[in-house]
Design a binder for this molecule. Structure first.
Ligand code: ADP
Length: 486
């Protein structure tokens, strides 16, 4: 066996110190192990490398025991070269997979940024044209542009979300959220879509405001909106969609969204949560990406909940989600009304002109904002295509509002914000970041650094105008406004 492992004949080995055969890099640890055997009496699972007579390297696994009375070292050696190589290959493969995964995530986040920037121009300008009393034909053509743009945006957002969850980079803030609020807000958002299709929306009877769930507020709304919009989309006109909430034992809550639409064939149920699988709906007129349920399932799992479905083909589908109950924070602290200075009707306040400074280097984004602002009539817009110039203009003109892009040629928008915050004269001017980077981390970072709001590109024109109205109040103290990350 020794001859097999080391390739020497007994005659070649007799009289040679064994350490001559040990790989030079392993001699130190081998001498140490040799010492230890004599002290402890035995050694197990020790691996070192030997150099065979033909120069090849063999990995040897040792167990040994020392007999002090006989002064003999009994050793058992195993050639574990194959096993070590396999483990190394596995480690390398895992490293390569990790590297590929990181590259994929970086690619996706970059792609999302690169796609959002041109989409900002496409969606922004088509929304502007829609506001300019187009003819019926033009309106219908603009509708196609906007709806295709929004579809693309949904696709980008959903792909990005799935990749974030899969790479463990999705940041969730799981906290007690009020069930009644979540249901009211999501039903409110879905109402226009249901009305368009003459679908009756049945909301649950009044739910106690103290009923709370453990969830991430934005993400639970995203899942609910997805289930509700699916129910409304796939149910034929004049159908019915109902929402209800039940307690499951003491600790769980189940929210149910049911419809009387076409239902889902039993053999398709297992494919329901597979990304991009639309179960044949791609042949229909109903728009979708096939990502909503896949993303909802991953979000529910990430929040410690679950999602499921029961369906009766031809009669309807019932989707449910389950989450843990949480103690109501109202019970502990009493409720505090949320402060907001949003103008109720979204109109520009009357009075003197407001000055807005826009720091942005992308020409089509600049043009878009210039044109939106021109429509408002009561705003003087100053623009700067570089960060340093932006800070100078802010100091010189003391605008009522600063709009800030993050990708600037001379310095990151992040530094511009820091400089604005550092100057006494500009510290209190509300700064709104407008960026294609929609990651929660980035949004939180900028809001924590002093930005009053963070708007993501592509811009929702109405939301942008509302934000300007809330923030830019000439010559009066700026009221506190809830920062909006969307
Ligand atoms: P999509 O963007 O296609 O709506 P989803 O992941 O949300 O993607 O849903 C996947 C598929 O499941 C849909 O394409 C549709 O075929 C089916 N589906 C989802 N909800 C319903 C429902 N309420 N009724 C019937 N079919 C549904």
């Amino acid at each position: 066996a020794c001859q097999d492992i080391w390739g020497y004949t007994p005659a070649e080995l007799i009289g040679r110190p064994y350490v001559d055969l040990v790989h030079v890099d392993d001699r130190g640890k081998t001498a140490e192990a040799d010492d230890n055997i004599r002290k402890a009496g035995k050694l197990t699972d020790f691996v070192n490398r030997y150099v065979r007579k033909d120069g090849a390297i063999v990995d040897v696994l040792w167990s040994a025991s020392w007999s002090a009375t006989d002064k003999i070292l009994f050793c058992v050696a195993h050639d574990v070269t194959q096993r070590q190589r396999a483990e190394e290959a596995l480690r390398e493969a895992k490293d390569a997979a990790d590297r590929a995964n990181r590259a994929k995530s970086e690619f996706l986040s970059r792609m999302s940024h690169e796609l959002r920037t041109p989409l900002n121009a496409i969606l922004g300008f088509s929304q502007l044209l829609e506001r300019q009393s187009p003819t019926e034909t033009q309106r219908s053509r603009l509708g196609h542009i906007t709806s295709a743009g929004r579809h693309l945006l949904d696709l980008i957002n959903e792909v990005l979300d799935i990749s974030r969850i899969e790479s463990g980079r999705m940041q969730l803030s799981v906290e007690p959220v009020c069930l009644a609020h979540i249901l009211a807000e999501t039903l409110e958002l879905i109402r226009p879509l249901a009305a368009e299709r003459s679908i009756e929306l049945c909301a649950p009877d009044k739910i106690d405001n103290e009923w709370h769930l453990l969830a991430d507020r934005q993400r639970i709304k995203q899942v609910m909106l997805n289930l509700l919009s699916n129910a409304v989309k796939y149910t034929p006109e004049n159908g019915r969609v109902a929402v209800s909430a039940d307690l499951l034992g003491e600790k769980q809550t189940r929210i149910v969204v049911s419809d009387n639409g076409p239902g889902i064939a039993r053999e398709n149920l297992s494919r329901l949560f597979t990304p991009f699988d639309r179960l044949g709906a791609e042949q229909s007129e109903v728009q979708g990406t096939g990502l909503g349920l896949a993303l909802s399932q991953r979000l529910m799992q990430a929040m410690g909940g679950s999602i499921g479905v029961e369906s009766d083909p031809g009669r309807g589908s019932t989707f449910w989600i389950e989450l843990s109950r949480a103690e109501s924070p109202l019970r502990r602290t009493g409720s505090a009304p949320v402060k907001s200075s949003a103008t109720a009707n979204g109109q520009s306040p009357n009075g003197p002109k407001r000055t807005v400074l826009y720091i942005e280097d992308n020409v089509s984004n600049l043009t878009l904002i210039e044109q939106i602002v021109a429509e408002q009539g009561d705003i003087d817009l100053i623009t700067a295509m570089q960060g340093r110039l932006g800070v100078d203009l802010a100091l010189r003109h003391a605008p009522d509002l600063i709009l800030l892009d993050l990708h600037l040629p001379d310095m990151p928008g992040w530094d511009v914000l820091a400089q604005l915050q550092a100057h006494e004269a500009t510290r209190n001017i509300p700064t709104v970041v407008i960026s294609a980077d929609a990651t929660t981390q980035q949004i939180q970072r900028l809001l924590a650094a002093g930005a009053r709001a963070y708007l993501t590109k592509p811009l929702d024109v109405d939301h942008f105008i509302r934000t300007c109205d809330e923030m830019a109040k000439p010559k009066t103290a700026v009221a506190e406004v809830t920062a909006s990350p969307s």
